[in-house]
Design a protein around this ligand. Sequence first.
Ligand code: ZN
Length: 213
Amino acid sequence: MTATISEETKTRDEIARVGKSIFDRGLTFGSTGNISVRMSDDRMLMTPTNASLGCLDPARLSLFSAEGVHTGGDTPTKEAFLHQCMYCARPHGRAVVHLHSTYSVAVSILKDLNKKDVLPPLTAYYVMRVGCLPLVPYFRPGDQKLAAAVQQAAATSNAVLMANHGPVVAGKSLEEAQYATEELEETAKLFLLLHGRELQPLTPAQRKELSAA
Ligand code: ZN
């Protein structure tokens, strides 16, 4: 199936709109953060390297063939491999958002985290939108071992937290990936606000009830 021109145009505009919204609310800064969307013919649009999410030009987004080869637009983000390994691990994923959002990064730096699932189930919306958040150890930027570690962690979760770096989140649509990333950021903020207090997160039974629904 070939993506219609209107789907590609719509996707380009949506990436620019979501990027600006994320940037304007301080969830990303400088040229950090990147977004990708896989279209119905499996070609992928991605934000370029050194681009601010606050002022993306829809016409200059990086375009990849269904085989993952860069075929048009500006040079893609240096973190393109993160997106590609998320799509490998999440066959139903149609969009990926990766941010260096402050509270999520702050949590990723804490010692003695539960590496299988970093944040407790503080609210129902966190459980429904994110669910589980495995932690991937720190690797130097550009180290291909990071891709392998993210892909492995993403086999069982749409959201992965990279230590001393930030979250990468897949969704069935860009809206779903965006909302899950924002829910994760707010839950990381709550987790830090509550530090040192006794917590009463959702119980396993309450969590199960949400998963079933
Ligand atoms: Zn990054």
